[in-house]
Design a protein around this ligand. Structure first.
Ligand code: SDX
Length: 391
């Protein structure tokens, strides 16, 4: 039984799943991808190595990594007519709206990927998605700011290429800081996968009907957009800006404790972690490195650090086991790099695509895979007679 409910085993059969991709221990704050700890991966691996192991089960050796990196690099362009979709959006369209629309539209370009029963075709669509998400995200940003789209470049790393497509302009080359590229690559790694979270479960449920990978990932993007999930990084920065100064923190802590006040501390709490989110620990170190490297004295970081300190010393939050989560620090790093808050969830979606598509690929390869069909506890009326009205 879970909480107030007791489910019959049949129900759990439709509501749960088996996976060998990611392990989380919420009580101990442990996160493993294919058995490797997130701390070691964030320190010693790059995002494409993590992508390979999520998709294939093992960390790649040097030759396999080089081949995988070359394949991804050569799939980063999108079909040129994709630009028409972006030109059809209002300039002030939310980037997640544009991402949701264009990822789904990919179904109309790659007809050879729509047969999900073939594992090779599934992997090909997975590679296409990992390769093209940075391009689509950068195009959404360029559409918002009225600048020309920047084509991907094969001489750059995955993170460098993304930064270049975001910030390069025809009139001036974008100078890529290795520290910033490393921080962005690490943010991608820290967001790559997280077991059966809301958006991954959405992708699995959509995929269980046999829907094509692009439609399933578009469903994942839609689910991630919510402020309780992937939208939390944008909401967290907006909250820090609303708090504004350190002396206003107690006012917001009181609001977060007030049962009648819907306000929640964005970037705090988790459905599973009842200990520190291990990703937040790594993200915090990255945050300080990037701000020192860029010599950014962001007053919001002062507010964030003081908020973290007060919240962690407050017995209410300790009693509710509310700790900073992965979204608490990522927003500050992205803001320091010059990425606007309305782009944060797109960055999360970009990074999480490999996790979504790895679960989708794993599920479709499992024996006896059936369409998902969660049941319910009915709380409506018992059967009663219907009285037709005289029309
Ligand atoms: C992500 O699932 C994943 O893995 C998601 C994710 C991933 O990588 O995919 O990790 C990414 O979504 C991280 C979470 C980002 N969201 C936020 O930062 C938004 C703010 N946090 C919350 O809305 C909230 O913490 C949730 C939604 C994350 C979890 O909410 P729950 O399930 O209600 O949390 P809980 O059951 O542990 O709450 C315990 C108590 C509750 O109070 P009581 O009902 O017991 O009185 O703490 C309260 C909650 O009301 N609470 C908060 C709070 N989060 C929970 N109170 C104030 N501020 C908060 N942030």
């Amino acid at each position: 039984s879970i909480g107030h409910f007791t489910f019959d085993p049949g129900f759990m059969a439709t509501g749960s799943c088996e996976s060998s991709i990611t392990f989380i221990d919420g009580e101990k704050g442990v996160l493993l991808h294919r058995g490797y700890s997130i701390e070691e991966l964030a320190r010693d691996a790059d995002y494409l190595e993590v992508c390979y192991m999520l998709l294939h089960g093992e960390a790649p050796d040097a030759a396999t990594y080089a081949e995988f990196k070359s394949t991804i690099t050569r799939h980063t362009m999108v079909h040129e007519t994709m630009t028409n979709f972006f030109h059809g959006f209002r300039p002030d369209a939310h980037p997640m709206a544009m991402l949701c629309g264009t990822v789904g539209a990919m179904s109309s370009f790659y007809h050879d990927d729509l047969d999900v029963s073939d594992p090779e075709k599934r992997l090909r669509s997975a590679y296409r998605l990992v390769a093209k998400m940075p391009t689509l995200v950068a195009m959404a940003y360029k559409h918002n700011i009225g600048q020309p789209f920047v084509y991907p470049r094969n001489d750059l790393s995955y993170a460098e290429n993304f930064l270049n497509m975001m910030f390069s302009v025809p009139a001036e080359e974008y100078k890529i800081s290795p520290a910033v590229a490393r921080a962005v690559d690490r943010i991608f790694t820290l967001h790559a996968d997280h077991e059966q979270n809301a958006s991954t479960s959405t992708v699995r449920l959509a995929g269980s009907s046999g829907a094509n990978p692009y439609a399933c990932i578009a469903a994942g993007v839609a689910s991630l957009w919510g402020p309780a999930h992937g939208g939390a990084n944008e909401a967290c920065l907006n909250m820090l800006q609303k708090i504004g100064t350190v002396d206003r923190i107690p006012e917001f802590i009181a609001k977060a404790k007030d049962k009648n006040d819907p306000f929640r501390l964005m970037g705090f709490g988790h459905r599973v972690y009842k200990n520190y989110d291990p990703r937040a620990t790594v993200m915090r170190e990255s945050c300080h490195e990037v701000l020192a490297e860029l010599e950014v004295k962001d007053p919001l970081l002062q507010v964030a650090m003081e908020l973290e300190k007060i919240a962690l010393e407050d017995e209410y939050f300790a009693s509710k086991k509310l700790f900073p989560n992965v979204d608490f620090y990522s927003g500050i790093i992205l803001k320091a790099i010059g990425i606007p808050t309305n782009m944060f969830t797109c960055i999360f979606a970009l990074a999480r695509t490999v996790g979504w598509i790895s679960h989708w690929h794993e599920m479709l390869g499992q024996d006896g895979q059936k369409i998902g069909r969660p049941r319910q506890l009915y709380t409506g009326e018992a059967q009663r007679p219907f009285t037709p009205i005289k029309k």
